[in-house]
Design a protein around this ligand. Sequence first.
Ligand code: NAD
Length: 376
Amino acid sequence: MPICVAVPHETVSGERRVALVPAVAEQLAKQGVEILLQAGAGAAAFYRDDEYTSARLTDDRTELLGAADILLTVQPLDEDAIGQLREGSIVIGFLHPHEHPERIAQMRERNITSFAVELIPRLSRAQSMDALSSQASIAGYKAALMAASRTARFFPMLTTAAGTIRPAKVLVIGVGVAGLQAIATARRLGAMVEAYDVRPETREQVESLGAKFVDVQVKAEGSGGYARELTEEEKQQEVAVLAEHVIQADAIISTAAVPGRPAPCIISADMVDRMKHGAVIIDLAAESGGNCELTVPGEAFGHERVMIYGPLNVPAMLPVHASEMYAKNLYNFLSLIIRDGKLDPDWDDEIVASSVLTHAGEIRHEPTRKAVEAAS
Ligand code: NAD
């Protein structure tokens, strides 16, 4: 019997991505895998059912969930869906374990093997599977476009018969994958860009994109290439230097995050009060609380004369390419799970071992195990 890789319709509100696009489904099918797709699963991302020529389609979600050897998803499955999976089957997707400890416990009880793509380590070898990066890059690009379209000013310098317009000043806070893409996009639109991060190695990356690095004299590298949370003293130092740059910006794109922690609050209400009229803040950290004290996740509103927007699930706003990139990430990850056409996860592989959440009736990811125990 060939391995059945199943792709359900996403059910989370506003989710327009699909975990498998037709071209990637075809590549998988060439390996002798059976693809089972819930009818209409790609529709919100503009992939029609008839484009999935190598897949079998079903309208019956229950049949699909029960037949899956491997289920590919974008958003975490709900408890109803987990309850319909076959014992011993595999789930791969964004699983947000800290938000849904009860679902992780349910997968453990049902003997489901689950891999959370957000736990794939940031190794060079894992770059082609790095869904956090592919989706963050989309978010950064879109954030720059949102900033350009919501600000009351031009981004580029314009020399016209009606005079010369100075380019907009854009400040990017947090220079991870999203921040770098935001810088590159704002530069392409002609803005003058400044950026800063607490990881010193980002200076070179910022400068290589033609932007100016703002040195706040705080160095806070954590483990695994991520930042650590700042001490109170460091926070004050950061704010003291940054405030001047915030006040002068026409647009701010903030992306600062620390894994497993609420987003650092960097832009105070007082700073916003002193910003230019018509300026805009696009707070990509809204999902984890926001980098601006005033951010309301998912909402756009005017505060005094500054527009503040904390968009949620930005990658879903570009569903065609977000799905394509995500599907390729999953395809590459599957090469560690399906070997010679058989289900055979390479448990000695660091990428497999780091991303597994539940397997053989156990929670294998230590922080998640502790969180589940604390919640139960
Ligand atoms: P992230 O989303 O966790 O955080 C975004 C940025 O916010 C980070 O650059 C972080 O340093 C910064 N930040 C945190 N607190 C801050 C503060 N108080 N002020 C300013 N900035 C703050 O990061 P990410 O985009 O997921 O990237 C995390 C790391 O992983 C980076 O080092 C990135 O280069 C690395 N990475 C490596 C690979 C690879 O080698 N395969 C792939 C992707 C990313």
